[in-house]
Design a protein. Sequence first.
Length: 345
Amino acid sequence: MRFSLFIHMERVNEQQTHQQLYEEMIELCQIADEGGMHAIWTGEHHGMNFTIAPNPLLNLVDLANKTKNVRLGTGTVVAPFWHPIKLAGEVAMTDILTNGRLELGIARGAYAFEYERLMPGLDPWGAGQRMRELIPALKNLWKGDYIHEGEFWQFPKTTSAPQPLQQPHPPIWVAARDPNSHEFAVSNGCNVQVTPLHFGDEEVEKLMGHFKAACQKFSEIPQPEIMLLRHTYVADSEQDAQLAAEEINVFYNYFGAWFKNEREISQGLIAPLSEAEIAAHPMYSPQIMRQNNVIGQAQEVIDRLKAYEAMGYDEYAFWIDTGMSFERKKASLERMIHEVMPAFA
């Protein structure tokens, strides 16, 4: 099982400037590259100071000039916000500018906040249908001379300009949860990215079950790869692990509030959550985060990850967005590289 870093610029308050956040993100990515991680993943979000990522392709081109070996992935672009011709061309150009290091992750999107602003009236079902139309169109545009008559997009004969360096195209990953999404990905020859979010390892097993069932159903197609994305913190003590659980719990409270899309937002920041509101959340708590996410000292983390490797996961993405300080993120990432990853060499 190989390892990668999943990272955005993220914040829950105005204490750090965007420039500082970006410089810190770059430094963490360089540590991942120099430490032998396989890939860096960064996503797409709009109008949100919680996960600042308006165009992951732009970030990845910059990272290509500041790293040496690591693969560079979109984790993920939001399908309904892209026209197939535009995405095909920009992905191909990014693949050229990164010297063939690009991995293309695609999702339907998750936040009603973004749907309301970029595509009013869109819901998750409609977003998912657009993703299902987009991916085959991308592949055909890279082949060239493609006419598209779909439900959401129509265009005459078109060829992606430019065409990607990797042939026939960069690896495509689909963010999947339910069985239908796994079946779509596998049947279209796409790799799969899953995240159990704050749920325990029973969810990790369930997601792998969906993937294996899809692979069995479409056994004539070469089996794609599957990546697991989890919040991770490698601690130097149990006290340190408990603090990380508290910090990640705060992150999930803000994540959940953004997802519900009911709270006042000003200057791209959600109205601050009080300690009482955080303590009263029915699904999140530091205890749940400590138990379910991969938080602990090196040997505990190794044991958890060995179990995921045994389940069949090809890649594990270290999700570092937590709201904790840059220094704590950096220390955890360095412990991951030096104390955990050697057990999988």
